[in-house]
Design a protein around this ligand. Structure first.
Ligand code: NDP
Length: 278
């Protein structure tokens, strides 16, 4: 069994990104819009801020009240879309229920949409056209590439169909010639599907959902889940019992989570490149 160490992939990605940033004659700008201030949102924004500052980005977090009017959020996004010092815009999710999250996300210029969540980027990804792609999906592909895991012709089973992980993974893997099955909470007899996977990608948010009997011998396992049990981080895979069957596996922590934020900040550079073409 080979451990897929997210820290190694993170280091390589950071080296690549820093090389690219060194050649620029300006600082890149990332603006995060945070609506409300839940503890988890605060933590995620801080993580982004820390790495953005380390990379020399101009980082700005605009905090808005829970009860902000939708029109005010849309006007703010319009201003940021027009601001040439802002290369990337991100809405920290989730946002309050009184706002239409699809409408708000789609107001972001597709070329500044560093989370890759606008319908334009999701559609372009399906069509295999140049676009911005959610960081977690990019990170998983970079883990495959770092460890020379070829997905072409493999049966990849994805559990979880969120816009952030499962759906973009489905599109990328289809475009890279994998045979892809996408499972979710309404999937019947999940284990009959997961147990046929050459590569299993799990992004659900249910601790230890994937047990030993659900996995084929020599399977490659990517666990994007982040759960906390008794104060300890764990993934969606029952790691201790599955680790001996897998050929490769990402641990939690130190797996996929290590690369996601780097990919997001890499996306700010990619957004800058896209905007430069205009
Ligand atoms: P969402 O809640 O948006 O999506 C969860 C998905 O899992 C849904 O498609 C849901 O199905 C499916 N699901 C729920 N229960 C089951 C079940 N029992 N069997 C099969 N499928 C099920 O979550 P996210 O994609 O945003 O996040 C998933 C996990 O990944 C979380 O733990 C999150 O913290 C983590 N995450 C980690 C990242 C990283 O960098 N490592 C980045 C992003 C997320 P349905 O669509 O039918 O509701």
């Amino acid at each position: 069994m080979t451990l897929l160490d997210g820290r190694e992939v993170r280091k390589k990605l950071l080296d690549d990104l820093k090389n690219k940033l060194d050649k620029l004659n300006r600082r890149l700008g990332l603006t995060v819009i945070q609506i409300g201030s839940s503890d988890s949102s605060n933590i995620y924004v801080k993580q982004k801020e820390k790495l953005a500052i380390e990379l020399g980005y101009k980082f700005n977090c605009i905090k808005l009240d829970d009860n902000v009017r939708e029109d005010d959020v849309l006007s703010l996004i319009d201003e940021l879309n027009d601001d040439c010092n802002v290369d990337g815009i991100l809405i920290q999710l989730p946002i309050p229920d009184n706002l239409d999250s699809r409408k708000v996300l789609d107001r972001i210029s597709s070329k500044k949409d560093v989370d890759g969540l606008t319908c334009i980027n999701a559609g372009r990804l399906i069509c295999n056209k140049e676009c911005l792609i959610p960081g977690t999906a990019l990170g998983i592909m970079d883990i495959f590439s770092y460890y020379n895991i070829d997905v072409s012709g493999k049966h990849v089973v994805i559990v979880g169909r969120s816009d952030l992980v499962g759906k973009p993974m489905f599109s990328i893997l289809s475009n890279t010639n994998a045979t892809v099955t996408l499972c979710h909470s309404k999937t019947k007899n999940l284990e009959s599907i997961t147990s046929k996977a050459d590569i299993l990608i799990v992004a659900v948010g249910v601790a230890k959902l994937i047990t030993k009997d659900m996995v084929k011998k020599e399977c490659v396992i990517i666990d994007a889940g982040i759960n906390v049990i008794n104060g300890k981080l764990c993934g969606d895979v029952d790691y201790d019992n599955v680790v001996d069957i897998a050929s490769y596996i990402t641990p939690v922590p130190y797996g996929v989570g290590q690369v996601t934020t780097v990919e997001l900040l890499y996306n700010v550079y990619r957004a800058y490149e896209l905007n430069k073409k205009d």
